[in-house]
Design a protein around this ligand. Structure first.
Ligand SMILES: [Zn+2]
Length: 412
């Protein structure tokens, strides 16, 4: 019965209030072993509150915005036939993704208020390009489309950038937009971090979520060693893209069975392994140097009474994403964001289903839906209208409209 239910639930794996969630609650009640590990209500705090859309019926203010910017995530272009995600629960439209990117650029060009900049949240080409020797060609294709944008593009780096290129190659490529950054508090070492002010009293900070990572670092580097040690501590699977967990003692089925019911397997892991799932090879973390740099940039913004939007490929709030997509040291980042009065929003990609959460201090965590898993008839991009006391995300296609009012301590 459980196996059948798992297959049935593939399509709404993480939808709050869905049959899927009801199923987990049933599993929870029925399996003492699961309850012993996690205590009460494991999904509380892990589950996204993404479908809650504050002010979703609202339209942009009648008054003109201070400025606007475009947002798009996980294009993952490759000149190959359609495929599926790792768990085979979602279609991926590799060739069509560049057409959706083109549509986004055209739409931004035609808007009454031209965006001040466009934010490309990472994974702009897919790792499949590597085995076809097509990385450079694919990058040229997406950059040609981005040339059609009516504003400069700020690039964030994701795991697929590192599947295709080394860090040195990325630093020397057109995907390095750090030249557009503010010269103050320049990046330390070879991290890809910078900040810029798109308008008076506003600042954006671009973070490098693969600073400490197995895929983003040379195997002889200290940061690779640090990443390998973190993975060794948390994940003993032969395939480090598989989330941690003792499959032999999986409360419902064996590892091999799980692999044949992948969405079910990952769903069981959501209950049994919670936030530990983030320790997979396709995620990474922020080094101590980077966190110190972030702290200094935010202190400067506090002093200058700026409002700050922080961006990274990986989400940092557990309620804004599936835990398997979360940055390794997400809680340290949250502590830093909370220790400053200037931060209003954190924007990420990576989780193609998207997500949203507003925390107890009023900070917004937005995870943008990925272009790659967007059907050809739909879209996945947005325009953010920035006002003095709130932002309005006008979503297209899969991306919902949202009003993001700044926290009370920011609006005063
Ligand atoms: Zn990614």
């Amino acid at each position: 019965m459980l196996l059948g239910a798992g297959r049935l639930l593939c399509s709404d794996r993480r939808r709050p209030g869905s049959a899927h969630e009801a199923f987990f609650r049933e599993v929870w009640r029925e399996l003492p072993a699961v309850r012993r590990v996690f205590g009460n209500s494991p999904w509380r705090g892990h589950r996204r509150s993404a479908r809650r859309t504050p002010g979703s019926a609202m339209e942009p203010c009648a008054e003109p915005p201070l400025f606007t910017f475009g947002v798009i995530a996980d294009v993952q272009y490759a000149d190959i036939d359609d495929g599926a995600n790792y768990t085979r629960t979602r279609a991926r439209y590799y060739r069509n993704s560049v057409r959706l990117l083109r549509r986004a650029c055209r739409a931004w060009s035609e808007e009454d208020v031209r965006p001040r900049f466009v934010l490309q949240l990472g994974d702009v080409i897919d790792g499949h390009n590597v085995k076809h020797g097509a990385s450079e060609r694919a990058l040229e294709t997406v950059l040609r489309e981005l040339d059609g944008c009516p504003a400069e593009v700020h690039h964030v780096w994701g795991n697929h950038e590192f599947y295709n290129f080394s860090r040195d190659a990325l630093l020397a490529s057109a995907l390095n937009s750090a030249r557009l950054g503010d010269g103050r508090l320049a990046r330390p070492g070879d991290m890809y971090v910078y900040h810029f002010s798109p308008a008076p009293c506003f600042r954006l900070v671009v973070l490098d979520a693969y600073d400490v990572s197995i895929i983003g670092r040379d195997e002889t580097s200290e940061k690779y060693e640090e990443a390998a040690s973190i993975m060794k501590e948390h994940n003993s699977n032969p395939d480090l893209n598989h989330p941690p967990g003792n499959h032999d003692n999986c409360p419902l089925m064996s590892f091999s069975q799980c692999r044949h019911n992948c969405s079910f397997f990952f769903s069981v892991h959501t209950v049994t392994h919670g936030l530990e799932q983030r320790f997979v090879k396709f995620n990474g973390g922020f080094s101590q140097d980077q966190l110190q740099w972030l702290d200094e940039v935010l202190s400067l913004a506090d002093t200058n009474q700026e409002k700050v939007i922080v961006v990274s490929h990986l989400p940092v709030h557990p309620s804004s994403t599936d835990p398997i997509c979360l940055a390794w040291n997400h809680s340290t980042v949250l502590s830093i964001l909370h220790s400053h009065s200037c931060v209003v929003c954190f924007i990420a990609g990576h989780d193609h289903d998207g997500g949203y959460h507003q925390d107890e201090l009023g900070l917004h965590y937005l995870t943008l839906e990925g272009v790659i898993e967007t059907p050809p008839h739909s879209d996945a991009y947005g325009t953010v209208y920035v006002y003095k006391d709130h932002m309005f995300l006008k979503g297209r296609g899969r991306i919902e409209d949202r009003v993001l009012r700044y926290p009370d301590h920011v609006n005063g």
